[in-house]
Design a binder for this molecule. Structure first.
Ligand SMILES: [Fe+2]
Ligand SMILES: [Fe+2]
Length: 260
């Protein structure tokens, strides 16, 4: 949403213009680049995708966005207002965000409430994809909470998608007790909703291209922990686990998208 620029030189002058400057600091281009790198590192969040990350978003604080009434819980972030981002976003009733483009696409799941833009109205359970080069002006009359992933599309994935997942039937999963609603596939990347009946287990498996899960309902589990509703789990490429759920759960899961 914002372009980045590096000033070739910077001179900071302290004091009034008709006075002898008390202090002059001159930064050469290497210093400015270094400062920019330090600033970018400071605003980057969880961008080392070789690390496993677990965040219980229900316990995380909302962070104010540039738009009044729009709040975020950042999960991973490449830069302040641009680049790759995954976050939970809340629109208060009657709020809107500034018009913006998605240079490398935008993917949204509506967790609760109703999200809107000039192209449609998206109730809870909607999953939609705005391809690279798209733009819109989002808003919400009644308020909503979203899972949002920005600027992660392969350059040649130009498909627009809008699925109301609540009007789709579940398909049988690979093992008893699991049901699936496939949402999107492109190359090695797959996105789906998976419903786990209480007491169900899945086999040990490897995520060659990484795995990302957001727990929508219930409690998801594996040998590393227990993840209640609102948990976000990012497992790196070539990681493996043996998941299960004692009480049952519904998860949004993406695989294969961490290797390009
Ligand atoms: Fe957007
Ligand atoms: Fe997995």
């Amino acid at each position: 949403m914002m372009s980045r620029s590096i000033r070739v030189s910077a001179v900071l002058v302290f004091g009034r213009i008709n006075q002898t400057p008390k202090r002059i600091v001159t930064c050469n281009v290497n210093t400015v680049k270094k400062m920019s790198e330090i600033n970018n590192r400071a605003i980057q969040i969880n961008m080392d995708r070789s690390r496993r990350i677990v965040i219980n978003t229900a316990r995380a604080a909302w962070v104010r966005s540039p738009a009044k009434g729009v709040w975020r819980k950042p999960l991973e972030r490449e830069a302040a207002e641009s680049g790759q981002v995954t976050s939970i976003v809340r629109y208060d009733s009657g709020s809107e965000f500034v018009p913006h483009g998605h240079p490398a696409g935008e993917e949204i799941f509506v967790i609760s409430g109703v999200f809107e833009d000039e192209y449609g109205v998206y109730p809870a359970g909607s999953y939609f994809r705005n391809p690279p080069g798209s733009s819109h002006t989002p808003r919400s009359s009644e308020g909503c909470v979203l899972w949002v992933k920005l600027n992660r599309f392969p350059a040649d994935d130009a498909q627009s998608l809008n699925i109301n997942t609540r009007s789709h039937a579940w398909s049988a999963g690979l093992v008893e007790g699991l049901a699936v609603k496939p949402l999107h596939s492109f190359g090695a990347e797959n996105t789906a909703l998976v419903q786990w009946q209480p007491g169900s287990k899945f086999v040990n498996h490897v995520h060659h291209g990484g795995e990302e899960i957001f727990v929508l309902e219930g409690v998801f589990e594996d040998e590393y922990g227990s993840y209640p509703k609102g948990s976000w789990i990012r497992s790196p490429p070539h990681s493996q686990h043996s998941p299960f759920s004692h009480e049952g759960c519904t998860i949004l899961v993406k695989t294969g998208h961490m290797i390009k």
